[in-house]
Design a protein around this ligand. Structure first.
Ligand code: ZN
Length: 292
């Protein structure tokens, strides 16, 4: 009798894994991992918007990066790209996509692989993701947010209110995050939000670029601590030359957030990863490889 039950249990497990596409579910790791996904190359356009001159810069191109944190207690997607997966033609090679924003402004992003396919290569489906957090609400960070509507959304109240305002500000693409309206949501009311309760993954308030902008701190065992900086900076030259974009919601707040984060970086010895820094991002290993 026992043997029959065991055999049936094995059959059920086999059926379950077949119904999930036959893909092996990744096991929770013993310590935090950080995956970097390539979500394209964004053309910088007119860099005077960043108070920079072309001749001051290594490149005007920006990387678009998305991240997955895998913690023993769950998973977190950080930022969701600039081009929705549904628009990307698989197997077509790198293609240049034109993004038209609600105010008719255009942006150009060259990309090749969907976020979902990169997530799958790392062993995860959107349904496996516990939490979604966005550094902020601009279009180049929200493209695939709807894919994670079943996850718990970690967001600052002022950011969420603006996203669902009757008339959202420029640089937002509401169609890409509309499904989050009904997501299970944690509205963060503290400057620091400790995602898994053990201090290894912390969302830190860094307002200015947008009112509810945040950065991601991850304490990695081998790599050491890392701050993934959202758009606190776009270009490394903003940091080196102390320039603040003209389109930040509150420039003085940006300056204060940058100064405060510098103190934190010094205290923790954390590396600063500027998400749009094309040359720095190119050097990072990409999923399915990961930092731990
Ligand atoms: Zn951005």
């Amino acid at each position: 009798m026992k043997t029959v039950q065991a055999a049936m249990a094995i059959a059920l497990v086999a059926a379950a894994s077949a119904s999930s596409g036959g893909q092996a579910r990744a096991q929770p790791p013993k310590s935090a991992r950080l995956y970097v996904f390539d979500c394209g190359r964004l053309e910088g356009g007119d860099v005077s918007r960043f108070r920079l001159k072309r001749e001051e810069m290594a490149t005007t191109d920006m990387s678009v990066a998305c991240y997955l944190v895998v913690h023993p207690k769950g998973t977190l997607i950080w930022d969701a790209g600039a081009v929705p997966d549904a628009d990307i033609k698989p197997g077509a090679g790198p293609m240049r996509y034109r993004i038209v924003l609600p105010n008719a402004a255009e942006r150009f992003v060259t990309t090749e692989r969907t976020l979902k396919s990169q997530l799958a290569a790392a062993g995860y489906a959107p349904s496996d993701i516990t939490y979604l957090a966005l550094s902020h609400y601009h279009y180049d960070h929200t493209a695939n947010a709807n894919e994670f509507a079943a996850s718990t959304w970690l967001v600052r109240p002022i950011e969420r209110d603006t996203m669902f305002a009757d008339k959202p500000p420029d640089l937002l693409q509401p169609s890409t995050y509309s499904a989050l309206r009904n997501s299970k949501t944690v509205t963060i009311k503290t400057d620091d939000y400790d995602v898994f309760g053990d201090g290894t993954v912390v969302l830190k308030a860094t307002p200015g670029h947008t009112p509810g902008h945040q950065v991601l701190f991850v304490k990695l065992l081998k790599t050491g601590p890392v701050v993934v900086a959202g758009d606190l900076y776009h270009y490394p030259e903003e940091r080196a030359l102390n320039r603040i974009p003209t389109f930040d919601a509150d420039e003085r707040q940006t300056a204060a957030s940058r100064a405060e984060l510098d103190v934190f970086l010094k205290k923790t010895g954390a590396q600063l990863w500027i998400q749009h820094d094309f040359n720095a991002n190119a050097k990072l290993k990409k999923a399915p490889a990961y930092y731990e």
